[in-house]
Ligand binder design. Structure first.
Ligand SMILES: NC(=O)c1ccc[n+]([C@@H]2O[C@H](COP(=O)([O-])OP(=O)(O)OC[C@H]3O[C@@H](n4cnc5c(N)ncnc54)[C@H](O)[C@@H]3O)[C@@H](O)[C@H]2O)c1
Length: 372
């Protein structure tokens, strides 16, 4: 019998408990969670108790020293993802890391390089790709095609679902606002459906309209308005090498009827399709056609499917289901939107500065936010 994959968890917070362990790792009988680390010892101890995990660590570097651990699952604040992933690769571990893999393209390039050297697999936990709607739409686009895809529309917009955790609203921990939080989900989905065309130019505008000094009530409770150093709204326009374009909007707070619209719509010469609705529009023989791609059946929860895909790729020596090269395209676009806003003009990709700005340095972007 092949030996079980032994897993170490880093970060015992909301998504780890609610998704990566529900059933997550427990969906795969050939995986065994052997350790959990959190710099909040009580969080690690609570998770160990609740899920029967034998070892607890407060420092992730100590967990990485455990030889028997084959792979780590990282779910900590965004700006810690890259250093932890790099350290895990250096320790010879495979890595599943929550989105975004990193908040800068420079560190994703380092991760790619380190993974190659270590011969280990890195996967970004883009859970939405494993949802029944995304699986079916991807299959439809691949088999049926939309003709030449000339445009896409990416929405990650919420009415008043502002995260309250400091790790999401403090730029030094999050590396960005709704862009890095929910924007990465919809943008990754859209690019994946488009087969990751190469972005060449982008224009972006960031704003803080509500998060600091508006009395919009939080659907998830209050947040520390003094502590918000990220944008709460971004809009962007992106050109790709193949001539296609994309518009992107991401926000946590704005006046709209829908509580949330997380969607990607692709427009092709033969038809358009929208994720996650599956709505398909076309015209044949001068007849307009509306139809719908239904969600794939027989799948587990998306986070469990994502974990099963990661474990299977390691066991079978297959490529990463969500490789760093794809996350690089996602973050390159977001980085370009930030840079475009800072320079107040369109920018070319890859950015001419060559070096990405670290998240803390991006605070200057929002130093003088517009006031209502
Ligand atoms: N895929 C999804 O749908 C989804 C949903 C929510 C969150 N996320 C991502 O997951 C990550 C975590 O989000 P969350 O909502 O679980 O946050 P959280 O605040 O609930 O949990 C994060 C945990 O990490 C711990 N931590 C912080 N720094 C650490 C360190 N240096 N070493 C060890 N532990 C450390 C914290 O103590 C906390 O317990 C974020 O990157 C977020 O973007 C993804």
């Amino acid at each position: 019998m092949p030996k079980k994959l032994r897993i170490g968890l880093i970060g015992a917070g909301g998504i780890m408990r609610g998704a990566h362990l529900n059933p997550g790792w427990f969906a795969d009988p050939d995986c065994e969670v052997v350790a959990v680390c959190d710099n909040n010892k009580d969080a690690a101890a609570g998770m160990a108790d609740d899920f029967n995990i034998p070892s607890i660590f407060e420092d992730y570097r100590e967990l990485l020293e455990v030889e028997e651990i084959d792979a780590v699952d990282i779910a900590t604040p965004n700006t810690s993802h890259a250093p932890m992933t790099l350290a895990a690769l250096k320790a010879g571990k495979h890595v599943l890391c929550e989105k975004p893999l990193s908040t800068t393209t420079a560190s994703i390039r380092s991760i790619e390089e380190e993974a190659r050297k270590a011969g280990r697999l890195v996967m970004t936990a883009q859970s939405q790709r494993f949802s029944p709607s995304a699986v079916a739409i991807k299959r439809f686009v691949e088999k049926q095609g939309l003709g030449n895809i000339y445009h896409s529309r990416i929405h990650a917009v919420r009415r008043n679902l502002m995260p309250s955790s400091p790790s999401m609203i403090d730029q030094s921990l999050s590396g960005g606002g709704p862009c890095m939080d929910i924007g990465v989900h919809a943008l990754d989905l859209g690019l994946w459906l488009m087969n990751f065309p190469k972005p060449v130019r982008a224009t972006g505008k960031l704003m803080v309209n509500f998060a600091r000094d508006h009395d919009m009530p939080g659907g998830w409770g209050e947040w520390d308005r003094e502590r918000v150093t990220t944008e709460d709204f971004v809009s962007g326009f992106i050109h790709f090498e193949d001539g296609a374009t994309m518009v992107l909007e991401a926000c946590w707070l704005q006046h709209q009827q829908e509580s949330q619209d997380l969607s990607a719509r692709l427009f092709g010469r033969n038809g358009s399709i929208e994720w996650p609705s599956g709505n398909y529009a076309s015209a044949v023989n001068r007849v307009l056609i509306d139809s719908k791609v239904l969600p794939a059946t027989g799948l587990q929860k998306s986070h469990s499917e994502e974990i099963l895909a990661f474990a299977a790729a390691i066991r079978e020596g297959k490529p990463s289901p969500v490789p760093p090269s794809e996350s690089l395209r996602v973050i390159a676009i977001l980085e370009a939107l930030y840079e475009s806003d800072r320079l107040n003009r369109e920018v070319e990709l890859p950015l001419q500065t060559g070096k990405a700005k670290e998240p803390a340095a991006r605070n200057e972007v929002l130093a003088n936010p517009p006031r209502t």
